[in-house]
Ligand binder design. Structure first.
Ligand SMILES: C[S@@+](CC[C@H](N)C(=O)[O-])C[C@H]1O[C@@H](n2cnc3c(N)ncnc32)[C@H](O)[C@@H]1O
Length: 213
């Protein structure tokens, strides 16, 4: 059988998906609603939602992996690692091919868990975790960046894009999750606008863009 995701990473992904599934009902209970429209309104609350997984689904994770692998991405940046599910799908596409992932997380407990998770999955040579607010930690990240994944708090998609824009390579692929959230509206308006220098399409709650030049 051809192996797509290395066994060490697949094992950790299984554990994280199980934990994320158990967690899913809890954060909706914390917010006090399961109504999709209410959940997508407003900016979300950094403190109340801080400890939850809020992770990509297995299909979304595989999509990230497929995109990174087929693009032959070498320098991938991720905004919002949480407990590392999306990071591991990306790392699996980069490891052993000289690619690297720089990911960011602001929640200290999640950062501690991420360090352990990346170690357990054997991806510490591929993944660099920047701990702290992405608007600061990503300031010095090296370009050219050929893939950018936006999955932190939605109101920060545009500021993080603006910070990184000078280092996005022509052809850079940008994947922005939960684009149907109200707080991501400014980012979506920008990437769809005539001055973005990007081609963008929205599929489900993902906005896929590439930088024309
Ligand atoms: C939706 S979750 C990310 C899920 C993750 N991509 C996955 O698939 O498992 C968003 C994460 O972004 C983090 N975050 C939010 N704002 C941030 C910031 N300014 N800098 C770094 N991380 C941030 C949150 O703490 C949270 O863990």
């Amino acid at each position: 059988m051809v192996q797509t995701i290395p066994a060490g990473i697949a094992k950790v992904l299984d554990r994280l998906h199980t934990e994320a599934a158990e967690d899913a009902g809890r954060w909706q209970a914390r917010v006090g609603t399961t109504d999709p429209a209410t959940l997508k309104a407003g900016g979300g609350d950094l403190v109340r939602l801080g400890e939850f997984y809020l992770a990509v689904t297995p299909d979304e994770g595989r999509l990230l992996h497929i995109l990174a692998r087929t693009k032959g991405a070498a320098n991938v940046v991720e905004f919002g690692a949480s407990y590392g599910l999306s990071s591991l799908y990306l790392a699996a596409a980069l490891t052993g091919r000289g690619g690297r992932l720089t990911t960011t997380e602001v929640h200290p407990d999640k950062c501690a868990a991420l360090r352990q998770t990346f170690d357990e999955a054997g991806v510490t040579d591929t993944v660099t975790l920047l701990e702290g607010d992405a608007r600061e930690t990503l300031a010095d990240v090296e370009g050219p960046i050929d893939m950018l994944v936006l999955d932190g708090w939605k109101s920060m998609y545009l500021p993080v894009h603006d910070l990184l824009r000078p280092r996005l390579a022509p052809g850079c692929l940008i994947v922005a999750d939960n684009i149907d959230h109200e707080a991501a509206a400014d980012y979506l308006a920008f990437v769809r606008g005539p001055d973005s220098g990007m081609m963008t399409t929205v599929i489900g709650d993902l906005a896929l863009s590439y930088v024309v030049q």
